[in-house]
Design a protein around this ligand. Structure first.
Ligand code: ASP
Length: 315
């Protein structure tokens, strides 16, 4: 116990004594064939670019200040959930009944603990509900009403019935939808990895449908021994191939690098007929992404880079 306290105190001191292990962050705001200049107006693409740029700089500044990986993932995803440009939180798309339900998950690489909520409407920021499940319950996933009751018990900001209407108004008509799920993967300066993903799911989904985003191993994965990964795309295929965990396993068992592992996982998804993308960061701070759609909203920054990368189209 004393050894543990001493170790934690030492970790807390690291940023103040100029300790600078490599750290970094990668985010995505969804992948799809609608993310291409033929579908996105210049104005809308600028809006995405600046939202991604803001979020990546925000996350990076928290890392520079010494914040831990899980807290950075939470803070960045909250920022993206509050932006109606993305299909998560406030901007979540509606299901076939014109209702909005969220899926979210978060995972900590140091102990492989994780939390998730699926098919919930209530917590203003679903990623916070997922974090509460990880930190304040002995479970990994809560769904539907049970998740809502639990979130309310954790003093999270809850939406009211009246808010539902506002959410439906904010939800785009499917044909015009160029929005995407949001995800964030982080390596902090203490060598800890974390990953999180949040979404409204696929538009016009059947009521009760749960995608890959809240499923640990499919949409989200973090393991300090390998990497942190977040997925976006046709969730059913990412579930069937175990896409996020596949990347970690490729690194650990086959000694593949992060980029090759991400590409190999996307190839599996594609082989099944699915489309989408993955972002990742490994335990040494190497970053990567891959997708088999026309575009993916994405950004990255790391302590060895002079400025963030923000990209949307092509590879
Ligand atoms: N993967 C999400 C889902 O299937 C959707 C997306 O990423 O766009 O729910």
């Amino acid at each position: 116990m004393i050894k543990h306290l001493f170790f934690n105190a030492l970790l807390a001191l690291l940023p103040f004594i100029g300790f600078s292990q490599t750290f970094g962050i990668v985010i995505h705001g969804g992948a799809g064939n609608g993310i291409s200049p033929e579908y996105l107006s210049e104005e809308r693409s600028k809006a995405y670019e600046s939202a991604l740029d803001r979020a990546i700089r925000f996350g990076y500044s928290l890392l520079e200040d010494g914040m831990d990986a899980v807290s950075v993932v939470e803070a960045v995803i909250v920022e993206l959930e509050n932006n109606s440009l993305f299909n998560a939180g406030f901007g979540a798309v509606a299901n076939a009944n014109n209702e909005v339900f969220h899926d979210a998950s978060i995972m900590r690489g140091s102990d492989l603990n994780a939390g998730a909520v699926a098919n919930v409407f209530g917590p203003k920021n679903p990623i916070r509900a997922a974090l509460a499940v990880m930190d304040q319950s002995k479970h990994v996933m809560l769904t539907d009403r049970g998740a809502e009751v639990f979130a309310a018990s954790q003093n999270l900001i809850m939406l009211t019935e009246a808010d539902k209407e506002t959410y439906i108004q904010a939800a785009p008509k499917p044909k015009l939808s160029k929005k995407g799920t949001v995800g964030c993967v982080v390596l902090d300066m203490y060598g800890n990895l974390a990953a999180g993903t949040s979404t409204g799911g696929t538009s016009k989904k059947l009521p009760g449908r749960v995608g890959d985003s809240p499923i640990i191993g499919a949409g989200t994965w973090a393991d300090n021994r390998s990497c942190a990964v977040s997925a976006t795309g046709d969730g059913e295929y990412f579930i069937r191939s175990g896409a996020a965990q596949y990347v970690g396993s490729s690194m650990r068992m086959l000694s593949l690098d992060i980029q090759t592992s991400l590409e190999s996982s996307i190839a599996e998804v594609a082989e099944l007929g699915g489309e989408g993308g993955l972002i990742g960061i490994d335990k040494d701070g190497n970053i990567g992404w891959d997708f088999n759609t026309k575009g993916m909203f994405r950004a990255a920054h790391a302590s060895y880079m002079s400025k963030p990368i923000v990209e949307m189209y092509g590879k």
